[in-house]
Design a binder for this molecule. Structure first.
Ligand code: ZN
Length: 63
């Protein structure tokens, strides 16, 4: 008997329409986890060595 990957409940293959999950709720929970991993965590962007740096002379324009 397989078990639900989310809550580890036993899943009856013959009577459960949401196999391999025990219920629709667990199916959505797992889907949410996949989406979270897919989008990843937004990283703060830093200019690399090959990218143009902001020109400090540009800021002195109040003459
Ligand atoms: Zn479950």
């Amino acid at each position: 008997m397989p078990s639900c990957p989310v809550c580890s409940s036993h899943v009856d293959l013959a009577t459960t329409p949401t196999v391999p999950f025990c219920c629709d709720r667990c199916r959505l929970i797992d889907l949410g986890r996949w989406l979270d991993e897919g989008y990843g965590v937004p990283q703060p962007r830093k200019p690399g060595p090959g990218e143009p740096q902001p020109d400090p002379a540009d800021a002195e324009d109040d003459g």
